[in-house]
Write a protein that binds this ligand. Structure first.
Ligand SMILES: NC(=O)c1ccc[n+]([C@@H]2O[C@H](COP(=O)([O-])OP(=O)(O)OC[C@H]3O[C@@H](n4cnc5c(N)ncnc54)[C@H](O)[C@@H]3O)[C@@H](O)[C@H]2O)c1
Length: 350
């Protein structure tokens, strides 16, 4: 397997996790890092790699095959376009950019310079998410009728010591729900309309702390989602997936998919249906059977995402979530905000 040269741009919270993985994954060679903050130099020393305060100089001086862009969202477009101009493939953290017009420009630049974009919606690399998609899309639940999803947890009060997190755009819709929107698009299919209500009544900040939404999928299924970062609750992807050791695992479910032949709870992967050999008509007076559909020991989505990025760079795979897909997830999430503000249903601007 040919080794590919990877550079990290932005060595903050998520950038440090990428640095750690890029230094370990076979076939991936960590060659340089960049951050505008001089403290980033410590990362260069830690991994014995060149460190640059100016990523543009890094792109000129180092031989980089792929860059991981882990800087604040509003910088993704400029940095990504510079990478494209240097012929460097990119893994862009989510959301792809801060606006749809920026995302369009980035996707166009990548196409023009023939480089690949992988968007960091890493949950698509979770084997349970992939299994749920297979169960739903292969018709194992029959025709999909609907889905319920919960992102309900408590962010500690000191999370809000950072000013932007109290202001419009800094809340759970753009920060957290975007992950669930991407999961639901990946598992259930395209979302063509959203109707949302948002509230800031619990904390009283400008930003929402709670939202409720109705989703219309193109295949006719409906979705119902409750979002709140102000409740002590065990029901969120964060606390149920066991994906990130920073979050205590609750063993609960966060999504329920309902079809004409059965239902699936995620991530316990419990499938409920009526036994084939039951006498009489299936229905609410008859006992349902419960099946566990999947067991997995090795499920590390962030590592899997990076290994996949290296395959994309080598030309051995197409991005599991490319720039256009990342743009669609952003468009649906922005439609949620727009619907909540205008109090009308909104079709995502795709
Ligand atoms: N996939 C996930 O689950 C996940 C989790 C956290 C954050 N994110 C995303 O990752 C991105 C970064 O978030 P974070 O929480 O790590 O932020 P952060 O503030 O901890 O880190 C960002 C870093 O980028 C640096 N930076 C800013 N402008 C730069 C530039 N022009 N060149 C080089 N470095 C620059 C900053 O100095 C900082 O060190 C955001 O888009 C965020 O939405 C994704």
């Amino acid at each position: 397997m040919n080794s590919v040269n990877i550079a990290i741009i932005g060595t903050g919270l998520i950038g440090q996790r990428h640095l750690d993985l890029a230094s370990k994954i076979p076939g991936c060679k960590l060659v340089a890092a960049s951050d505008t903050h001089p403290d980033g130099a410590k990362m260069g020393q830690k991994y014995s790699i060149p460190f640059y305060e100016d990523y543009r100089r890094m792109l000129i001086e180092e031989k980089v095959d792929g860059a991981i862009i882990a800087t604040p969202t509003n910088t993704h477009a400029d940095i990504g376009i510079a990478c494209a101009q240097h012929g460097v493939h990119m893994l862009v953290e989510k959301p792809i950019t801060g606006s749809l017009s920026d995302a369009e420009q980035l996707v166009d630049a990548a196409q023009q310079h023939n480089v690949k974009i992988l968007v960091g919606h890493h949950r698509r690399h979770n084997l349970l998410v992939q299994q749920a998609r297979e169960i739903v899309q292969n018709g194992q639940l029959g025709k999909l009728i609907g889905v319920t999803a919960l992102f309900a947890l408590l962010k500690p009060t000191d999370y809000f010591n950072v000013e932007w997190r109290k202001q419009t755009g800094g809340g759970p819709i753009l920060t957290n729900l975007i992950h669930d929107i991407d999961n639901l698009r990946f598992i259930c299919g395209e979302i063509e309309n959203v109707y949302a209500a948002a509230s800031s009544a619990t904390r009283g900040f400008e930003v929402e702390d709670t939202a409720s939404l109705t989703l219309h999928f193109a295949n006719g299924a409906l979705g119902s989602v409750l979002v709140s970062d102000a409740t002590p609750s065990p029901w969120s992807y964060e606390l149920t997936s066991g994906e990130n050791a920073d979050y205590p695992f609750t063993g609960q479910d966060c999504y329920q998919f309902c079809g004409t032949e059965g239902s699936l709870a995620f991530p316990s992967m419990t499938l409920w249906r009526y036994p084939k050999k039951q006498e009489g008509l299936p229905g609410w007076y008859k006992p349902l059977e419960q099946l566990r559909r999947f067991e997995t020991a090795e499920n590390r989505p962030l590592s899997a995402q990076l290994a996949h990025f290296c395959d994309v760079i080598r030309g051995d795979a197409e991005p599991l979530i490319n720039g256009r897909e990342g743009l669609k997830t952003l468009a649906v999430t922005q439609a949620v905000l727009e619907s909540a503000q205008q109090r009308v249903p909104i079709a995502p601007h795709l």
